[in-house]
Write a protein that binds this ligand. Structure first.
Ligand SMILES: Cc1ncc(C[n+]2csc(CCOP(=O)(O)OP(=O)(O)O)c2C)c(N)n1
Length: 630
């Protein structure tokens, strides 16, 4: 960046300084803020297009609300970069998502301006309502604003909170940031409804009318009355939000900063549940991002003058392996239905959605519904495949147990981003699925050690007459040759990768590659366990009898994970073998690269060797049943 290209922005170290600026300088500040965001994120990578879309809104909010006393609750939080810049973190923005740097999302212990920690979507209205009710119960009076996108408005949680908000009559302003985009183009009846509201004559007349109202700057009650009547009259009979008991204002242009300031000033003085509908453009102000907001939702580093250029990849990611498999499988079996909760790109379903549009279902950010929908399809003889990130499957846990597993329905869960995820931080960690899945009856759980195994496991799971899960990590595998032919694996059977002596490594999924290196150096035996459930208990018992010690490895928290399954098996068999369990620690790991997080957990070859030497070779290892936390 050139020296001092941001004369106004560089003076804003706190929102207080922003509030001291004359209103006339705000547009210039917004221009600088947008430019700063572009240049910083193009150097660091990170979430981008959503932030560009809320530059004016962020300036207007901090200008009109008394932050941090008043609470701004950002939904998902991927759009919070401008907020971080204006709240004392400008200079640190370049470090975002890197180990030791700024967190990728709002985080309460990073800044007093981050009122609520986020990462998973659609929590903002509920959290804001909680804060408003706390404030109303005699605590410090304050204003609370929830900022939620139209994508995040596809989730059940948002409606559960609206339902409560309208009834509680609590003092919350919800700002609906409508850009007609989720990560992909937004879907669903709500999205269609918002589009209809904005279309054609209704929108322009409301907008023009709204502007006239605002220019006259009437006293608040008058504005409220007239705006309400106006909106009721124009869009009526009452918006959906009003049916919920939430006063609706809008739609207004979310890039007209001066209007936003005036509207927010008025709404701030208003009481009760109210919703301001703003219309913005995702990627606003950077032409490549406006043209392709999906591509610029989250970016790696790029040259602002040239835009993002995709590099030629040599090895396939696990996501791509899944994307190829589901297309191959769908062309063989017409019963296959592919389901994603709003993650078409991230889950590798773009080709499937294009080739099999009638069997492709993007249900919006609705993980719970995605799983129950699959259960319903399975009841009728279909073969649903739910493509879901490990972290988001947490949302659908009851549906997985109650709707799928309990009924023994053949739903295949393709669980992406399992294990350490990396730059998105603890909100997106896939560290828990083995623990929370292993205890559910009727499930088959597989973890591939390479790309080909992933493909064969997906096929194996698909053939089951019961629910099955394949959990695979973010990024690329070791580069195994992928067989086009699909072959079902023997259920619950591990495979030996190396015959050694003394120590046996039992690896579950992706740590197998690093474990193999360690096993080679130590002359140890090595098993690719493949199945976390059913566990290959014969292999476990035999390995325990023929080796002095076992080392289990998994890309999952140690607590209740695959290593625990081995410990339980040994305890049941009365085997007193020395066991070292390696896996992710019993704490939330901060953001960093996936490799850094794995190394931090001692799951790289070096870490594995060091722990084995310390804990086994020095005779310092705990007995089976006890966890050795790295
Ligand atoms: C529970 C959950 N599921 C999926 C995601 C992944 N995700 C992050 S942002 C996003 C789209 C959000 O769209 P919207 O709220 O409209 O914000 P925009 O990016 O359009 O500004 C999705 C699906 C998530 N964060 N949380």
């Amino acid at each position: 960046m050139t020296a001092e290209p941001y004369p106004l922005l560089e003076r804003i170290d706190t929102p207080q300084a922003l509030r001291e600026l004359p209103e006339a300088e705000l547009p210039q500040l917004a221009t600088e803020l947008r430019d700063y965001l572009l240049h910083s994120v193009s150097r660091s990578g990170g979430h981008f297009a959503a932030g560009l879309g809320v530059v004016e809104l962020t300036v207007a909010l901090h200008y009109t609300y008394d932050t941090p006393h008043d609470r701004l609750v950002w939904d998902v939080g991927h759009q919070c970069y401008p907020h971080k810049i204006l709240t004392g973190r400008r200079e640190a923005l370049h470090s975002i998502r890197q180990q030791g740097g700024l967190a990728p999302f709002p985080k309460r212990n990073e800044s007093e301006y981050d009122a609520f920690g986020v990462g998973h979507s659609s929590t903002s209205i509920g959290a804001a309502l909680g804060m408003a009710l706390a404030s109303a119960s005699g605590q410090t009076p304050r204003k609370v604003v929830a900022i939620i996108g139209d994508g995040a408005m596809t989730a059940g949680m948002a409606y559960e909170a609206l339902n409560h908000l309208g009834d509680a009559r609590a003092d919350v302003l919800v700002i609906l940031n409508d850009n007609n985009m989720s990560i992909s183009p937004n879907v669903g009846a709500m999205s269609n409804y918002l589009t209809r509201m904005l279309s054609g004559k209704i929108y322009s007349s409301v907008r023009e009318g709204g502007k006239r109202l605002l220019k006259q700057m009437p006293p608040m009650w008058e504005l409220a009355r007239r705006t309400e009547e106006h909106v009721k009259g124009m869009i009526a009979p009452g918006t959906l939000f009003e049916e919920f008991g939430v006063n609706y204002f809008g739609p207004v242009d979310g890039h007209d900063l001066m209007d936003l300031v005036r509207i927010l000033r008025n709404l701030r003085e208003h009481k009760g549940p109210r919703l301001l509908h703003i219309v913005t453009r995702k990627g606003k102000g950077y032409a490549p991002a406006e043209a392709n907001p999906v591509k610029y939702h989250a970016v790696s580093r790029f040259d602002p003058d040239k835009g993002m250029v995709s590099g030629a990849a040599t090895r396939k990611t696990y996501t791509e392996v899944f994307g190829d498999w589901i297309c191959d499988m769908a062309s063989r079996d017409e019963r296959l239905m592919g389901i994603t909760p709003a993650m078409r790109e991230g889950s590798g379903l773009v080709a499937f959605s294009q080739r099999f549009p009638r069997r492709y279902f993007d249900v919006g950010i609705a993980e719970q519904h995605a799983v129950t929908l699959a259960a319903g399809m399975a009841c009728e003889g279909m073969k649903p495949v739910v493509a879901i990130y490990s972290t988001f499957l947490q949302r659908a846990y009851d549906q997985l147990i109650h709707d799928v597993a309990l009924q023994g329905l053949p739903v295949l869960f393709a669980i992406d981003r399992a294990g350490a995820v990396g730059p998105d931080g603890p909100t997106h960690a896939g560290a828990f699925d083995l623990s929370f899945l292993r205890c559910v009856p009727n499930l088959v759980i597989m973890a591939p050690s390479d790309e080909n195994e992933c493909r064969q496991m997906l096929y194996t799971g698909y053939l089951q007459e019961a629910p099955a899960c394949v959990r695979y990590p973010r990024g690329r595998g070791p580069g195994a040759a992928i067989e086009t032919e699909m072959q079902a694996l023997a259920l619950g059977k591990a495979r030996m990768l190396r015959q050694g002596h003394g120590i046996a490594f039992l690896a579950f999924g992706s740590p197998a590659q690093e474990a193999l290196k360690a096993a080679q150096s130590l002359g140890a035996s090595m098993f690719d366990m493949r199945f976390v459930k059913p566990l290959d208990e014969d292999i476990v018992r035999n390995a325990a009898r023929s080796h002095a010690a076992l080392v289990t490895l998994e890309d999952n928290v140690l607590r209740s994970g695959a290593g625990s399954a081995v410990n339980e098996c040994l305890a049941r068999a009365g085997l007193d073998t020395t066991v070292l369990n390696l896996g992710l620690p019993d704490r939330f790991q901060d953001h960093g690269s996936r490799e850094q997080l794995l190394a931090e957990a001692g799951l790289d070859a070096r870490g594995i060797m060091a722990q084995v030497e310390r804990l086994i070779l020095n005779g310092d290892c705990e007995r089976p049943g006890a966890q050795v936390v790295s």
